[in-house]
Design a protein around this ligand. Structure first.
Ligand SMILES: NC(=O)c1ccc[n+]([C@@H]2O[C@H](COP(=O)([O-])OP(=O)(O)OC[C@H]3O[C@@H](n4cnc5c(N)ncnc54)[C@H](OP(=O)(O)O)[C@@H]3O)[C@@H](O)[C@H]2O)c1
Length: 259
């Protein structure tokens, strides 16, 4: 992929990884459009970055995606890259049945349905344009779950599988299908996690994560697994029982908290 001269839509670009991607792509002479649900956060980014298009849009609402498509395809018919980055992560105790069914599957609505719906809306436009790509932001936890976040990890495993199929189905087109599987990275998403639960985890900075992502994109590396993410993938293949046991340790603390 060329890293400049693109028109790029990043979902969830108002903080964390998406925001750092926006910064780096703007600095490399790309037109960048970002989305998010919270208008104040988007306006703050607009003030900071200036040369960015911000659009309030929720990937879990089909009508919101249709409106986004209408706006982007009219104003930016040259769109050639979609980065499906918007995502949420919760700690969920599966023995605690107070959550509503909707709350229990909200991560599926945003992380999985959001990505599939966004691709469905935008892939026809990407197919028409040259040097096109769609990027799934999954997680190192796609390869082995962190059991205190069971639904989140299931969404990322689903996204990994979906992306493999998407790449196979798009092999006869000019649209490249990338997957970025970040390891634990210092953003709002994991700011509420307990230090004890993060033992043994080295937090990556958004700057080095996005640097690895850009390097992978430039080399057409379709599955980009920075830092500890590649270790999780390796361990899940060769020592699956051991790595799952390690990641299951925080479950004991979770149980203590409700007993
Ligand atoms: N940080 C990590 O350790 C880590 C590790 C592996 C994978 N990831 C993945 O990386 C991606 C970005 O996460 P992050 O760490 O940068 O988290 P973050 O700082 O919390 O950013 C998430 C972004 O997504 C937006 N968003 C959330 N729900 C949305 C929705 N329904 N529609 C549109 N936008 C939405 C948020 O804005 P609003 O709230 O205003 O909508 C925000 O801009 C996620 O897919 C996450 O699963 C993160």
């Amino acid at each position: 992929m060329n890293l400049s001269g693109n028109t790029i839509l990043i979902t969830g670009g108002s903080s964390g990884i998406g925001l750092e991607m926006a910064r780096k792509f703007i600095a490399s002479n790309n037109q960048v459009i970002i989305t998010g649900r919270n208008k104040e956060k988007l306006d703050k980014v607009k003030n900071e970055l200036g040369n960015v298009v911000v659009i309030q849009s929720d990937v879990s609402i089909a009508a919101s995606i249709s409106a986004l498509y209408d706006q982007v395809s009219k104003a930016h018919p040259d769109l050639n890259m979609l980065i499906n980055n918007a995502g949420v992560m919760y700690t969920i105790n599966l023995q605690d049945h107070k959550l509503t069914p909707e709350e229990l599957t909200k991560e599926f609505d945003i992380n999985v349905k959001g990505t599939i719906w966004m691709n469905n809306a935008f892939l026809p436009l990407l197919k028409k344009n040259k040097n096109s790509a769609t990027v799934t932001v999954s997680s190192g936890l796609a390869f082995v779950p962190l059991p205190i976040s069971p639904i989140y990890c299931a969404t990322k495993a689903a996204l990994h599988s979906y992306t493999l199929s998407l790449r196979a189905q798009y092999k006869n087109t000019d649209v490249k299908v990338f997957e970025l599987a970040p390891p634990a990275t210092k953003t709002e998403l994991i700011s509420s996690f307990n230090e004890e639960d993060m033992k043994g985890t080295t937090l990556m900075t958004v700057e080095s994560l996005v640097a690895d992502f850009m390097k992978g994109l430039s080399k057409n590396k379709f599955e980009i697994c920075p830092g500890q993410s590649s270790q999780l993938k390796f361990m899940s293949r060769f020592f699956p029982g051991f790595i799952l046991k390690q990641l299951s340790k925080p479950v004991d603390r979770m149980h203590k908290n409700i007993d």
